[in-house]
Design a protein around this ligand. Structure first.
Ligand SMILES: [Zn+2]
Length: 133
């Protein structure tokens, strides 16, 4: 078994351990779009640290995840829920919401620009948000 394979396995294993806490934190609602009754997955924010950590993860549905991973598939109107998730108590959810709003402003979505103008992130979260798209 290669070291890289073991590393990946270890990571998956740790992430699956986070799921129980994330079910509680999210109350089984997607932390970005608030959908419930759908399959939710642990998603790590970039850039990845050597060891995954709970507060670096969000718990999200397939539709959100697909649009995060494949920006070309992003449907702007889908993301109106950022209006709520931006004010989440969970720092990683705030950071991911902020990043998605930035992506939307690049598509010249006016509502996203307005939301971003009124958004407030702690300076350290803004630094985190700046580390990836
Ligand atoms: Zn979602």
């Amino acid at each position: 078994m290669s070291a890289r394979f073991k590393g990946k396995f270890h990571r998956q294993n740790m992430l699956s351990h986070f799921a129980k806490d994330l079910v509680r934190r999210s109350r089984s609602h997607c932390e970005l779009c608030a959908k419930n009754g759908v399959k939710l997955d642990v998603f790590e924010l970039l850039p990845l640290e050597d060891e995954p950590f709970l507060n670096g993860c969000i718990f999200i549905c397939e539709s959100c995840k697909k649009q995060i991973v494949y920006p070309k598939k992003m449907v702007p109107s889908y993301w109106r829920s950022l209006n709520n998730s931006l004010w989440s108590e969970v720092p990683a959810v705030q950071v991911m919401s902020f990043r998605m709003l930035r992506r939307l402003t690049k598509k010249e979505e006016r509502w996203a620009e307005e939301l971003l103008e009124h958004a407030y992130l702690d300076p350290e979260l803004e630094d985190w948000a700046d580390l990836a798209e």
